[in-house]
Design a protein around this ligand. Structure first.
Ligand code: CDP
Ligand code: CDP
Length: 230
């Protein structure tokens, strides 16, 4: 193919996907895409309409009517800015309510079909680090580099706890956070359509006890092995 390389990073919540993806993209001069932000955007739109999340017909209509725009600046390593029908929802999609309901929306095949098509269009020319749950298995099964990033539920809960404090929020206790994370893992891993799973040819990176810099270096090394010295 003539497209530039793609790095696919999949894994459960709190494994470090967003943080690491941004840094890797910055270092390699690639774009990054947080596909979870797209599922969160549809979830926010559905919640605002007050719809029953399980009503697939209505949810699909909302997904079709939602224009999601994603902007990133890998040079500045900023978080991705997200617009929904022109409105900035960058902060709104991180609310506990969206987080609690996103897996139910992401389990719906029609929603996935709509968003995967957009993700494939964004990555059509390559040159992107894309993170989510099914990038290496479904969105870009031919990605040059595939990483399955993980960490224990306890470690991931600790990270979320620290993130919430750093954002000036009052976190729930650690046991509750760990339970919420495990419940989302369970829903994402057991759904019928494109569940969270390690692609056969993905490299497993367990980030327990690793620094962000160590994880970034591991991924860049893999990229150099696979792409720059074929
Ligand atoms: O940032 P965090 O790890 O909490 O989650 P996220 O990446 O924002 O993803 C939110 C949710 O979207 C996940 O729990 C999945 O249910 C869904 N998702 C998905 O199904 N497929 C993707 N490629 C990305 C996210
Ligand atoms: O996107 P995902 O939900 O997989 O994780 P994230 O939103 O990037 O959050 C990971 C959190 O763990 C951030 O606060 C990072 O600073 C921290 N962290 C990490 O990402 N990687 C490590 N090896 C250690 C800590």
């Amino acid at each position: 193919t003539s497209r530039k390389p793609i790095i696919a990073i999949d894994g459960p919540a709190g494994a470090g996907k967003s943080t690491v993806t941004k840094r890797v993209a910055h270092k390699l001069g690639l774009l990054f895409l947080d596909t979870g932000a797209m599922y969160r955007s549809i979830t926010l739109a559905v919640l605002r309409e007050g719809l029953d999340l399980r009503n697939q017909e209505q949810v699909t209509a909302i997904a079709n009517a939602s224009k999601i725009q994603l902007f990133n600046n890998p040079v500045a390593e900023q978080p991705m800015r997200v617009l929904l029908n022109g409105e900035d929802i960058t902060t709104a999609i991180r609310s506990p309510e969206v987080t609690a309901n996103v897996s139910a929306i992401a389990a719906q095949p029609a929603v996935r079909a709509i968003l995967v098509k957009q993700q494939q269009a964004i990555g059509a020319n390559g040159g992107v680090v894309m993170e989510g749950r099914d990038i290496g298995t479904h969105v870009f099964p031919d990605a040059e580099v595939k990483i399955f990033l993980t960490a224990s539920a306890k470690e991931r809960a600790n990270r979320r706890y620290a993130d919430l404090i750093a954002q000036g929020q009052i976190p729930p206790d650690l046991t509750t956070l760990e339970h919420e994370i495990s419940e989302r893992d369970r829903q994402d891993s057991t759904r019928t359509h494109a569940p969270l799973t390690q692609a056969a040819n993905a490299t497993l990176v367990n980030t327990d006890g690793l620094s962000i810099d160590e994880v970034v270096a591991t991924i860049i090394n893999l990229y150099e092995e696979k792409v720059q010295q074929p």
